[in-house]
Design a protein around this ligand. Structure first.
Ligand SMILES: Cc1cc2nc3c(=O)[nH]c(=O)nc-3n(C[C@H](O)[C@H](O)[C@H](O)COP(=O)(O)OP(=O)(O)OC[C@H]3O[C@@H](n4cnc5c(N)ncnc54)[C@H](O)[C@@H]3O)c2cc1C
Length: 459
């Protein structure tokens, strides 16, 4: 039996980061991964390949839709296999990068599927591995519709959508959440007719309502279409594609397309882990329950990332990976769950951190909001990209920032001004008086901060 100070199960952004940090803390670490490549969902079939395809398709759509306005006339052609090949090269460069980081930090990689034999011992193939501390970071998997299993040809998950061999003529996306709108945008830009079916009455339902409505209008201008408050009740694969039966306001209808992308959510993944051998049981949401120190029912077994409660985001998993490795090393880490940013990498991007207006009101907080439209931002004007806005929410009495919501090009970068403001408990006056370079999109944040208790200059 090989024995380690720490064994991590899963090499996604939770697990591989935990392994590196634990090794940096002087511990003897192994990381077990069943996939041939390191990096988990995020690197192999999530964040990175999707952002790679979003980048390629955005470049194309920009040239096609705006090139002539800039005085650039080009005859554009899509080489889809080159685009997919580039995506694979981006992923494999980072696969090698994590391998290199494991070598540098002396993290032992064990290839194979881990399962518990007892609370201190794991079996991987015919190998037994034991550890003083075990970190479960087994992540999540796409949730299928119960009556329509994935075949990854015509009924596809996000994984299938990242590996199509051609751009379909038509695509139905079931679920207008972050993953759905990102992947739907990729194929719409490349020429597919993309239609969304969403159960809730708005897209990306966790966003601030005003932002979600504005976002939908922008996507509609790009040719995406939406059926909201609509439920898929049945579906079948046909010769030409798929036929879905839908129900909207009590009446039934049917929709057809070449392919249906099912993006209704993700669920924690613990298959084959034999958690019962470690006397760990799942909660009602099928997550591994943990205490604030990420300890499971067994104090020496920890769990982090998508397999526990909280937003299913790579940076949340990584922050927890660092925190748990530091806890094991006797440090006292802290994660500010109230300041975890959320980004939708469409064009423009949508980013948010902190409370939405609805959440603040439900909590009974006295709030004031400030808005600033990109139409009055000079950098956005130079870019010719004036769709979007910044919305800030402040506490009416203390003037502290409570939430920040942005629709803008590079919103995913801009949002970190709000993350830092929340992290340092800044008031919106601090944000309004901090110098912001001109001309930048970030000036819209300063103006929105002015708009709360005073007046913006450029409106
Ligand atoms: C299409 C898509 C786009 C996304 N885009 C973003 C984004 O832009 N930003 C963002 O923050 N998040 C994004 N996400 C979410 C993000 O990928 C996840 O939140 C993140 O990967 C969770 O990390 P994790 O380490 O908890 O688990 P995972 O990344 O799922 O890794 C778990 C690993 O554990 C391995 N494993 C499981 N069981 C075992 C076992 N028994 N033995 C050995 N190995 C095992 C798995 O093979 C896997 O490699 C996206 C997800 C998808 C699907």
């Amino acid at each position: 039996v090989e024995t380690y100070d720490v064994v991590v199960i899963g090499a996604g952004p939770g697990g591989y980061v935990a392994a590196i940090r634990a090794a940096q803390n002087g511990l003897n670490v192994a990381c077990i991964e069943k996939n041939p490549e390191l990096g988990g969902t995020c690197l192999n079939v999530g964040c990175i390949p999707s952002k790679s395809l979003l980048q390629s398709s955005e470049l194309y759509a920009h040239m096609r839709d705006h090139g002539a306005d800039h005085g650039i006339n080009a005859d554009l052609k899509i080489d889809f296999s080159q685009m997919m090949g580039r995506k694979e090269r981006v992923v494999s460069t980072f696969n090698q990068g994590i391998k290199g980081l494991f070598r540098k930090n002396k993290v032992t990689t064990i290839a194979g599927h881990a399962q518990f034999i007892d609370p201190h011992t794991l079996q991987v193939g015919d190998q037994h591995v034991s550890a003083r501390h075990i970190i479960i970071a087994t992540g999540s998997e796409p949730t299928p519709l119960p009556f329509l299993p994935f075949d990854e040809q015509k009924i596809i998950s996000s994984t299938g959508a990242l590996a199509l061999s051609a751009v379909p003529e038509s695509l139905i996306v079931v679920g207008a959440g972050v993953i759905g709108v990102e992947l739907g945008s990729v194929y719409a830009r490349l020429g597919a007719k993309v239609h969304f079916i969403e159960f809730m009455d708005r897209i990306c339902p966790t966003l601030d309502t005003q932002i979600s409505k504005e976002f939908q209008k922008i996507l509609e201008k790009q040719g995406l279409t939406f059926d909201l408050s609509t439920k898929v009740t049945a579906g079948e694969v046909t010769d030409s594609g798929v036929e879905l039966t839908v129900e909207k306001e009590g009446s039934a209808g049917s929709l057809t397309a070449n392919i249906a992308l099912i993006a209704v959510g993700r669920r924690p993944f613990v298959d084959g882990l034999a958690l019962d051998k470690a006397q760990i049981t799942l909660n009602a949401q099928k997550q591994i329950p943990v205490n604030p120190s990420f300890q499971t029912a067994q104090p020496h077994i920890f769990a982090i990332g998508d397999v526990i409660d909280g937003p299913m985001l790579a940076h949340k998993a990584s922050d927890e990976g660092v925190a748990v490795a530091d806890l094991i090393a006797g440090k006292t880490p802290h994660i500010n769950y109230a300041a975890i940013p959320n980004v939708v990498y469409t064009y423009p991007e949508v980013a948010s951190v902190g409370l939405t207006e609805q959440e603040a009101k439900e909590m009974g907080l006295p709030i004031k909001t400030g808005l600033f439209s990109l139409k009055a931002n000079s950098r956005a004007g130079c870019m010719g990209e004036t769709d979007g806005l910044v919305k800030l929410i402040a506490h009416e009495a203390t003037h502290h920032l409570l939430g920040m919501h942005i629709i803008a090009p590079h919103a995913g970068e801009l949002i970190h001004e709000g993350v830092m403001a929340l992290q340092t408990r800044s008031t919106v006056h601090t944000m309004a008086t901090a110098s912001h370079a001109h001309p930048t999109l970030a000036e819209a944040i300063k103006e929105a901060a002015h708009a709360i208790f005073e007046k913006p200059i450029h409106i």
